[in-house]
Ligand binder design. Sequence first.
Ligand SMILES: *Cc1c(COP(=O)(O)O)cnc(C)c1O
Length: 206
Amino acid sequence: MSVPAVLAELRAAESSCGRPAGSVRLLAVTKGRSAEQVRERVLPYRLPLGENRSRELEEKQAALPGQEWHFLGTLQRSSLRHLLGVTMIHSVTSAGQLEFLARRAGESSPQLLLQVHNGEPQKQGADPDQLPALARLAAQLQLPLQGLMVMAPAGDLAAARRVFARTRQQALDLGLGVLSMGMSDDFVVAVEEGSTLVRIGRRLFE
Ligand SMILES: *Cc1c(COP(=O)(O)O)cnc(C)c1O
């Protein structure tokens, strides 16, 4: 696959569920790929780029300047301060992280998404019932909270659909507009369930 092939599938998915063309953004997930691969295969299409480890993000930011970067990985105290220059952090899960961001970044904080736990024990994320309190805290701290991110359970599209639909409802309840949902294997279902931003890695490179 290539970026144009994935974009064509994305546009087809939008159209088949009656959504306007271009209403879902494609985030190219570049983790595990060399800067050279990213330069050749992705940069010509001017997409935002996503990484899930801060070290790798820093290396690629240095090698590929001038890109829009998003961070998708587990947030650790030690790495959070290296992430203040990205455009969006998709993986905020706690009050402590919001407080750190307010202290260290304030008004210039990256845009933020709360990552929602999907029910699988090994996955990270905030429990759904914590979301209102986290959203309230973000508002009090005047942080730019934009929406929710979720990773669906792998290998079960019916379960993925339920997780996406529930997350969409949670975002609606909180009045948040950005829904970061959908990866290589489940992005069509995510678009059908209201995703506004799909995060695709493998399919762009294989
Ligand atoms: C790796 C990753 C993706 C992309 O997954 P693919 O299956 O390669 O498309 C999306 N979101 C997150 C949080 C990831 O870590």
